[in-house]
Design a protein around this ligand. Structure first.
Ligand code: DGI
Ligand code: FE
Ligand code: FE
Length: 201
């Protein structure tokens, strides 16, 4: 099958399992991920596929997400158990492999890590993480104008800014914070700082 055919098939398939707003968001993420892939020299086709599939488990109900994890030996940590929406990333990566026959490990990792991030993400993982936050249908997050511009200038800095605002937001709600979200923030704070120091010297 041609790559463009793959993309259209995945798009039609996710449309059936997502509510209309989530589908619009998904198209926005695929489109934005493609633009970031152009900017940073990543594979545009993979960026679109990962964008289309990143939230493929978003509309699966919480009990079913937990059941899918338990049936397939996918570990559920305490924070995920208390906040099962977080599991849409793990369950999404499982559905992408099992239902959409995605064999590309980088795409699977981009889906798996799109909510918390992880230290030392691949370029594709960063693109999906950032595209998820800045896509055109996102309207409410603070600093969007700045972060959208930074996404196309220095993707590590954009990641750091997104993680910073996410942690502030989660703190304001007194939400449980997955250690990975904090570790990712700390990793990119240091990376951005090291980049600045190496530019100065
Ligand atoms: O699925 P989306 O809404 O498109 O985006 P997402 O999968 O990145 O989820 C975004 C939400 O996840 C956002 O409200 C922040 C939240 N989040 C990210 N890291 C954590 C978290 N929520 C909790 N409780 N703990 C985390 O560590
Ligand atoms: Fe998501
Ligand atoms: Fe999303």
């Amino acid at each position: 099958m041609k790559k463009i055919g793959d993309i259209n098939k995945i798009r039609r398939s996710v449309e059936k399992t997502l509510d209309p707003k989530r589908y619009e968001h998904t198209l926005g993420v695929a489109y934005t991920a493609a633009a970031l892939a152009m900017r940073y020299g990543a594979d545009i086709c993979k960026a679109q596929i990962a964008g289309l599939l990143h939230d493929c488990a978003k509309c699966v109900d919480h009990h079913k997400k937990i059941a899918i994890c338990e049936k397939n030996n996918i570990e559920i940590n305490n924070i995920e158990r208390a906040n099962p929406f977080l599991l849409h990333a793990k369950v999404g990566s499982y559905i992408a492999t099992d239902k959409h026959n995605i064999a590309d490990e980088d795409i699977i990792q981009a889906i798996l890590n799109h909510t918390t991030g992880r230290p030392a993400m691949s370029l594709l993982e960063k693109i999906v993480y950032v595209a998820d936050y800045i896509e055109p249908n996102r309207l409410k997050a603070p600093n969007l104008t700045l972060i959208r511009a930074e996404a196309f200038n220095d993707i590590d800095k954009a990641l750091m800014l997104i993680l910073k605002d996410t942690l502030v937001y989660l703190d304001s709600l007194n939400s449980d914070i997955d250690p990975k979200t904090r570790q990712t923030y700390e990793y990119y704070v240091s990376k951005v700082r090291d980049n600045i120091i190496s530019q100065e010297s």
